[in-house]
Ligand binder design. Structure first.
Ligand SMILES: Cc1cc2nc3c(=O)[nH]c(=O)nc-3n(C[C@H](O)[C@H](O)[C@H](O)COP(=O)(O)OP(=O)(O)OC[C@H]3O[C@@H](n4cnc5c(N)ncnc54)[C@H](O)[C@@H]3O)c2cc1C
Length: 642
């Protein structure tokens, strides 16, 4: 007999046979297992299997119970009955029926309790929602009480001075200064060096980042700098290549990735921010944060002429980049440096795939190429570890020519060797650091100072710009920012709201770097090959991961699914057509190594924030901006009226 029955914690209250009494259970085959367990768990499904051909009790008369003989009400009430060869006497049937009736009653009781709780929950939720809406409406002008924060805009109303100090006018700081300045905040932007940066970082902006640039009104900053459109990636492995296009069909024709000289892009954003009357751009090196009873009140900085200054504002936003000196008190910086990038500029060469980033799955680790102007191609060679061959004594040039050179696609080889000979070799450590803030009244961290990931996938600027959009939307409804503790509590929601985009890009960057790097381990080799072949399959196997990487589809769950789809694809190839014990073993290790790659990254990102953001209490603070930040407006307006 196969019986699937509904178990309920209420059942033991009936006068049932002892759970382990076999004689009892055998004489009442129907409710036997149903009443068997006394557990503290909610109702579950239990499955009882019994051999059809073997009578359950050879010594007792066999009873027959067919589906047709079961009362209608029994059917569909949590028990699935399958005809058995057992017979049943009328008395045991009656006993069974009475018991069953009681069970149905109990099941109904459980059901009603469930529905009553559900109703209560819905009522409570609706009431709470309405009351929080009322709070917002009470403290904000009508236009600020909209559901969508993006539509709200309230300008500062009282006093003079500065609303926000921003430290560092790089990608994050410049974009943020323009954004807040445009919203009417009085911003003081302090940058230690206002000349055009010349760096090998932040040169490819993913389409998701470009969309954020549009949202911030900064898209013209990639114009007039000879920026190149990027339409996707080309992957190379062992002489084979695969073209992976960004899924841009649904967007305007101008939406694509952009690659450029980082310095030109930053200068455009600095200029644009500085054109706003509410933004004051100053050259100076911030030496410390000014703290008072655990609240950051401003910064101390050295101006260009060497003089020490102090600047005060209700909010200080630290965007001093990957080498940040100021983040120490604002977060728990766990910086990892898995490798370094060695940068070269190739001239007079044609990329095999025009308007595409190129990723060579080389040994020991990947090599990147992408255009940074109409005549130049950036080459970034990843060198694992922190110790690099010396550039000064020629070891680096030798390494690039002998180890890297033979792995470069033939179309780029000569230009690569010329670039090495030219000698303009730059290096930069590749840092990764999960976001781990100490929410501090009066201060917020942004950009690389706050969160870093391996630059293989070019995601840093996209994360920074996406964070700016989140922060802007949170700050928009606030009239002034003077109540530092309440503001800090409210802004804790920022750390969860940013997660879908940031954690997807961060996790993918870390995982892909590991998968794309060569390894002597056979399981890792299989995973690397499986990843290349999976992405080469086309369709959703390539657009899915590329959409994640480009910031067009920031969904952590989709990332995990694709990652394990690659692993399963690798295992499937190992086991087909004939699995041998050795191949099965490699398959098992492949899964284990895939898990070993992705789970630690997810753990560092925060499982709850990444997959269940709504369960984080701070997430909901975004719906209830701090009242005091707005009451001050009421006080100010009352003062004015008086
Ligand atoms: C090798 C490499 C390649 C990369 N490639 C890409 C890519 O292709 N695409 C991508 O999206 N991301 C890339 N990134 C990441 C990207 O560069 C960063 O995410 C991005 O630049 C972060 O911007 P930020 O404003 O936080 O920092 P930055 O752009 O570094 O700006 C920090 C600014 O703060 C200023 N500053 C520092 N200290 C002080 C101080 N005490 N006082 C005043 N000013 C100060 C600095 O002068 C600087 O202007 C790459 C990173 C690396 C390492």
């Amino acid at each position: 007999m196969i019986q699937v029955s509904y178990k309920s914690t209420h059942i033991p209250s009936l006068n049932h046979p002892h759970p382990h009494s076999h004689s009892n259970s055998q004489s009442r085959p129907f409710h036997r297992r149903t009443l068997l367990y006394k557990t503290p768990f909610p109702p579950t499904i239990s499955l009882v299997l019994r051999n059809l051909s073997t009578p359950s009790t050879p010594t007792t008369p066999r009873r027959t119970k067919t589906r047709a003989s079961i009362p209608r009400e029994v059917e569909g009430k949590g028990v699935l009955l399958i005809p058995t060869h057992c017979s049943s006497s009328s008395s045991s049937w009656f006993h069974y029926f009475v018991l069953w009736k009681k069970m149905v009653l109990i099941d109904q009781h459980v059901l009603w309790t469930f529905f009553a709780s559900l109703l209560g929950f819905v009522l409570l939720y609706t009431l709470r929602r309405n009351s929080s809406k009322r709070t917002i409406k009470k403290n904000f002008p009508e236009e600020c009480a909209e559901e969508s924060f993006a539509d709200r805009e309230c300008r500062p109303v009282n006093g003079s001075g500065t609303d926000v100090i921003i430290v560092g006018a790089g990608v994050a700081g410049s974009a943020l200064a323009y954004t807040l300045g445009k919203d009417g905040r009085r911003v003081c932007l302090i940058e230690r060096d206002l000349t055009e940066p010349d760096r090998i970082v932040g040169e490819l902006l993913q389409p998701g980042g470009y969309l954020k640039l549009i949202e911030l009104g900064l898209e013209d900053c990639v114009e007039e700098i000879d920026a190149q459109r990027v339409l996707g990636y080309a992957l190379f492995k062992d002489g084979k290549s695969a073209k992976l296009s960004y899924p841009l069909e649904k967007f305007n024709s101008d939406v694509a990735g952009r690659s450029f000289h980082n310095g030109r892009f930053i200068q455009r954003m600095r200029e644009k921010a500085a054109t706003l009357p509410s933004v004051k751009l100053e050259q100076g090196t911030v030496t410390s944060l000014l703290e008072e009873n655990g609240t950051v009140r401003g910064v101390q900085y050295k101006s260009k002429d060497g003089q020490e200054h102090k600047a005060y504002a209700p909010l200080t936003i630290v965007c001093d980049g990957c080498f940040s000196n100021l983040r120490r008190t604002l977060c728990n910086p766990k910086v990892d440096v898995p490798s370094c990038f060695v940068g070269l500029v190739l001239e007079n060469c044609q990329l095999p795939f025009e308007n595409h980033g190129h990723v060579i799955l080389a040994d020991p680790s990947p090599i990147l190429f992408y255009p940074i102007s109409s005549t130049e191609v950036r080459c970034l060679v990843d060198v694992p570890g922190q110790k690099l061959p010396s550039v000064a004594n020629g070891e680096m040039a030798n390494y690039l020519k002998t180890v890297v050179g033979p792995q470069i696609p033939p179309e780029l080889h000569d230009a690569f060797i010329s670039a090495v000979d030219k000698g303009n070799i730059r290096t930069m450590p590749n840092r990764s650091m999960p976001a781990d803030p100490h929410p501090t009244p009066g201060a917020v961290l942004m950009g690389d100072a706050f969160n870093m990931r391996h630059p293989l996938t070019g995601g840093g600027m996209t994360v920074a710009l996406s964070d700016i959009v989140v922060l802007r939307d949170l700050l928009k409804p606030l009239h002034d920012l003077n109540d530092a503790p309440s503001l800090s509590k409210y802004l804790e929601s920022f750390y969860t709201l940013r997660k879908p985009v940031a954690s997807t890009i961060n996790t993918l960057a870390g995982a892909l770097y590991k998968v794309f790097s060569a390894s002597p381990d056979q399981a890792r080799k299989e995973m690397r090959q499986a990843c290349f072949d999976y992405l080469s399959l086309g369709g959703s196997c390539s657009t899915g991961p590329v959409a994640l990487l480009s910031g067009l589809n920031p969904r952590p769950l989709s990332l995990v699914l694709h990652f394990f789809a690659v692993a399963m694809y690798g295992v499937g190839r190992l086991l087909l057509p004939f699995p041998s014990p050795k191949r099965m073993w490699i398959g098992a290790r492949l899964i284990s190594s895939a898990s070993g790659i992705i789970f630690p990254i997810i753990k560092a990102e925060g499982v709850r924030q990444m997959f269940f953001p709504a369960t984080v209490p701070a997430y909901h603070r975004a719906r209830a901006p701090p009242v005091k930040c707005n009451l001050q407006k009421d006080v100010a307006s009352k003062d004015q009226e008086a």
